[in-house]
Design a protein around this ligand. Structure first.
Ligand code: UGA
Length: 436
């Protein structure tokens, strides 16, 4: 099928590429001319495992191309996806300026019947507004359908999530676009849920909020484990073995960050308030998340006492492993809070260094994980990059001033690390004396 996608950010670029990979003809559109030029030259603006190869092979096969012209995209495709940012406003509500702008631009060039699909995360009832806008600004008066098709991909495993989705949600206002939407998604062999538009929009906010709730739930259980001497890893395994609960998203740590959860939970709180049914449970989810970092910093303070002029090594800056995205990263907040107390920080991230530089003036950006240990009084694991596990921990201890390890993601084998003579502190894991 001939498809176009407006917005070549994480969602638009990965979705467009995966659509091309299963055989559709895709035009990815972005109003950032520089980005389009780079993409046309084979330069990929984000790090996402597997994406670069897929883009290159699909461009070479003639199924994927890039443009800055919405007109070109709309004229040459049956279905136009919208995947533009929906950033938060100071009061937690969602800024829908880009969605409105794109709806107006599509309306201005609509040549004949088209299906306009919203993929961006938007508040319930946005589809209705998009339909109104297109009808109002359409020059041709051509027929169209608006569809809601929320995206559930995770950064870091976006290609795999897209190629093998658990489900596809398609919200429609009439039968007309259903067959086309099914045809687009048929190659992905996933169950397709056809709903009304409002329900589809709600599914996205409700799903993300539930996942964040799971994280805050286990993080508070971790605090109870610390107070009682229990072990959160064992509690999570035991809880998660119940199929009704599931083990996924029960990893205790520094809390959730990124460009989705913090924004979407705030938005859902705002939406529920506007609708007169305030979702106060989600405020608690946010509070636990914020407390998680503060509780962790207390542990560092209580071990190192005065932080001023102490060198602290930080492993990880991205908001999670396998991505270069540092937006709303808890690792960055942790570094900033350490710096605010006068600590000197040495940082390293396998992919997120470039994007973090502006957020951390004064930090020493190291060339490797090993360098972070040089002269440090403590090393903090702030992001769950798997490769941090295989650093030569045994040898690295001798580079440190005092061998404290604060594992903010419960990434390391605590027994092994203690076995090398470190003082190890995790999240919700029992404290033990070092092995001599
Ligand atoms: C999240 C959702 O998982 C996706 O389904 C959704 O499509 C996406 O938001 C979106 O709305 O676009 P993402 O933010 O990319 O995806 O990453 P996650 O893997 O969900 O991680 C979010 C945060 O939670 C990270 O900071 C991660 O470190 C943290 N996390 C995750 C935990 O602290 N514990 C866990 O057990 C899992």
């Amino acid at each position: 099928m001939k498809l176009s996608i407006v917005g070549s950010g994480y969602v638009g670029l990965v979705t467009g590429t995966c659509f091309a990979e299963v055989g559709h003809e895709v035009i990815c559109i972005d109003n950032n001319k520089e980005k389009v030029k780079q993409l046309q030259a084979g330069k990929i603006p984000i790090y996402e495992p597997g994406l670069e190869d897929l883009i290159k092979s699909n461009v070479a096969a003639g199924r994927l191309r890039f443009t800055d012209s919405i007109k070109e995209g709309v004229e040459n495709s049956e279905v136009v996806f919208i995947a533009v940012p929906t950033p938060p406003q100071p009061d937690g509500s969602v800024d829908l300026t880009y969605i409105e702008q794109v709806a107006r631009e599509i309306a201005a060039v609509l040549p004949a019947y088209r299906i306009i699909v919203d993929k961006s995360t938007v508040p319930v009832k946005t589809g209705e507004k998009v339909a109104d806008t297109i009808a109002r600004y359409s020059k041709s008066g051509a027929e169209f359908d608006v569809v809601s098709n929320p995206e559930f991909l995770r950064e870091g495993c976006a290609v795999d999530d897209l190629m093998h989705p658990d489900r596809v949600v398609v919200g429609v206002a009439s039968e007309r676009p259903v067959a086309t939407m099914k045809k687009i998604y048929e190659p992905f062999k996933a169950p397709i849920y056809i709903t009304d538009i409002n329900s589809a929009e709600l599914i996205k906010h409700a799903a993300n909020s539930f996942l964040a709730l799971k994280i805050s739930y286990i993080n508070h259980v971790a605090a109870i484990c610390e107070a009682s001497g229990a072990n959160v890893d064992e509690v999570a395994d035991g809880m998660g073995a119940d199929k009704r609960i599931g083990r996924a998203f029960l990893n205790a740590g520094l809390g959730y960050g990124g460009s989705c959860f913090p924004k979407d939970i705030k938005a859902f709180i705002h939406i529920s308030q506007e609708l007169g049914v305030p979702f106060t449970l989600l405020k608690e989810v946010e509070e636990i998340n914020a407390d998680q970092l503060d509780r962790f910093l207390k542990k560092i303070r209580s071990a190192l006492w005065v932080l001023k002029d102490k060198t602290v090594g930080v492993l990880g800056l991205a908001f999670k492993g396998d991505t270069d995205d540092v937006r709303s990263s808890v690792a960055i907040s942790l570094c900033q809070k350490l710096q605010a107390e006068g600590a000197k920080i040495r940082v390293y991230d396998p992919q997120g260094m470039e994007k973090a530089k502006g957020d951390l003036p004064g930090a020493i950006f190291c060339q490797s994980g090993e360098e972070v240990f040089e002269g440090a009084e403590a090393v903090v694991v702030a992001t769950e990059w798997k490769q941090f596990r295989s650093l030569p921990w045994k040898e690295l201890k001798s580079k440190m001033m005092t061998p404290f390890v604060f594992d903010g993601r419960n990434l390391l084998d605590s027994e092994a690390i203690r076995g090398f003579g470190y003082r190890y502190v995790g999240v919700g894991r029992p404290q033990k004396e070092i092995k001599q």
